[in-house]
Design a protein around this ligand. Structure first.
Ligand SMILES: [Zn+2]
Length: 193
């Protein structure tokens, strides 16, 4: 179907990058969610929960974080009877110009995220799936996690920062080489003499 082999490579690289990033945000379950979506193309919360054997509310909590970070996106399908179903898809299932646009958007978001991560100190209850808080948010909660009540401890985000930097450089590398190829193709002069 696709006559540009580079699009397929681009897609695989993108899935790999998204999965690695997702894992750095929300652990192994987030990586598996990305992989399941990549495998199925589009899938509901329910189906993800069934495939992974993970509680639906936990799946949903991780999904909302991933969606908030722009690593996954939703698609609304209305049936003939008016029933609305939400499917989760990866924002990279398209090719060429659209894909490049999405890459740029994600790169932009990652750069903002990097700025946010490097300019804040975070606090966390050390419970997988529970949110981290900035100093002022943690202070507002008197350094207790609002979900489980455990003490919020300083959170070392150096691995997350390293993962974001890595993802940024990988995405830029892929985008630049792909974009360069496109330019070369389009710049071939038509005249032969
Ligand atoms: Zn907690």
């Amino acid at each position: 179907m696709d006559d540009k082999p580079s699009s397929d490579d681009l897609y695989k690289s993108a899935v790999h990058i998204l999965a690695t990033l997702a894992e750095s945000y929300k652990g192994e379950i987030a990586r598996r969610i990305i992989e399941v979506i990549a495998d199925k193309g589009e899938i509901t919360d329910n189906e993800i929960s069934e495939i992974l054997g993970v509680d639906e509310s936990e799946v949903r909590r991780v999904i909302w974080v991933l969606a908030g970070e722009g690593l996954i996106t939703s698609k609304r399908v209305t049936s003939e009877t008016g029933w609305i179903t939400f499917y989760w898809v990866l924002p990279l299932d398209q090719v060429d110009g659209i894909l490049l646009g999405l890459y740029r958007k994600i790169i932009d978001r990652l750069e903002k995220k990097l700025e946010y991560e490097t300019s804040n100190i975070f606090y966390w209850c050390l419970t997988e799936g529970h949110d981290r808080y900035t100093f002022s948010e943690a202070a507002d909660n008197m350094f207790k996690c609002p979900l489980c009540g455990k003490t919020l401890m300083p959170y070392d985000n150096s691995r997350l920062i390293a993962a974001i930097k890595w993802a940024l450089s990988e995405m830029k590398k892929i985008m630049n080489s792909y974009f360069k190829e496109e330019v070369i193709k389009e710049d071939i002069p038509e005249s032969e003499g």
